[in-house]
Ligand binder design. Structure first.
Ligand SMILES: O=C(O)CCC(=O)C(=O)O
Length: 334
């Protein structure tokens, strides 16, 4: 890398179309070349009964890594089953952009149901499909003020709260409560500029970031932009956890890359057989109910077409302190 070794120089380097950046220094946890940067960690946790019903593989099969130069940053390399990936991709397209959740399209036009509107005519509306950049759930992130308010929230999806809860518990975080999420939708030319996530009152709680579809180069640096970031390859199914020092570090996505494999398209029948043996069926997660719909080629094809050209990222945060129920202080009326 020849650019200045600060955050913005490296962001520009990876964003560049001509010349194309070299991917040699992008950390891929599966690639032994980067053993000096990442360490595989093993955690001795019992399998949580909810795991498989959330579209996750058994905990004993998870591959978890931490980054030597970023304390608090963990990467869990695709712990999802192939059908699990379909479940979450579909949620992000069909359900999460629905009202009362908010999307970037609200600034232009009110749509009760973006996905349904895109497909309401015989020929789907390609331009509307590509307009979606983000949707917010739970406490809505305010993009201008960066301040959450009690009034600006909608119910947090229970299945997503359960997913974050299970991952948090595996990492030993017993108090995590999912209260806000941003779902980001990236097309092959999209980028996300350098920023920190500091709007939450509770900055001690970790942030969980789930990636699906096409791959991305994710940059994470330090508390200011003078620090040279590490470039990490994020692939479909990966979970990145930003906790402790890493929670407040600058990060960005300078490039979306074509996925080297498409797990959401592979070996679905094998997975179904295994899943039908699971005993625990959650009340708040509709994974089992949707299994056959998500395997059905006709039903799945529009979601498959979308992720063939896009990346979806869900990042889940806790907003409030442990014993807080709301943002505003309760005023005692005499
Ligand atoms: O897409 C990603 O991996 C990162 C998203 C992110 O940083 C954010 O929404 O704050």
């Amino acid at each position: 890398m020849k650019e200045d070794e600060n955050f913005m120089g490296i962001f520009k380097y990876f964003k560049s179309k001509k010349p194309k950046p070299s991917l040699e220094n992008v950390v891929s946890v599966e690639n032994n070349r980067h053993n000096d940067k990442v360490i595989r960690c093993t955690l001795n946790q019992e399998n949580d009964a909810r795991t498989e019903g959330l579209g996750l593989d058994k905990f004993e099969n998870w591959q978890m890594y931490y980054f030597k130069s970023h304390p608090g940053l963990y990467l869990i390399r695709n712990p999802f089953t192939n059908l699990g990936q379909r479940y979450w991709i579909r949620k992000c397209l069909e359900e999460y952009p629905r009202k009362p959740n908010k999307t970037n399209i609200d600034f232009e036009v009110y749509l009760e149901d973006w996905w349904e509107t895109c497909y309401s005519n015989e020929v789907y509306d390609q331009s509307l499909l590509q307009k979606l950049r983000w949707t917010t759930l739970g406490y809505h992130h305010n993009w201008d003020t960066k301040v959450y308010t009690d009034e600006n929230q909608s119910p947090f999806p229970p299945e997503l709260a359960e997913l974050a809860d299970v991952v948090a518990l595996y990492l030993g975080c017993t108090t995590f409560k999912a209260q806000a999420a941003i779902v980001n939708y990236y097309y092959m030319k999209s980028t996300l500029s350098a920023h920190t996530d500091h709007s939450e009152i509770n900055l001690e709680a970790p942030l969980f970031s789930f990636s699906f579809g096409q791959s991305a180069i994710f940059l994470i640096g330090g508390l200011d932009k003078s620090v040279a970031p590490t470039a990490i390859l994020l692939q479909s199914g990966d979970i990145l956890v930003m906790s402790k020092e890493a929670r407040l570090c600058y990060h960005a996505v300078p490039k979306i890359l074509p996925a080297s494999s498409t797990p959401w398209n592979e070996n679905l029948n094998e997975v179904t057989e295994k899943i039908s043996l699971y005993k625990y069926i959650s009340q708040s997660v509709d994974f089992h109910k949707n299994m056959n719909r998500n395997i059905n080629c006709n039903e799945w094809s529009k979601f498959g077409n979308y992720v063939d050209k896009s990346r979806i990222n869900i990042n889940v945060r806790q907003v409030l302190k442990e014993n807080q129920n709301r943002l505003q202080c309760d005023v005692l009326l005499s």
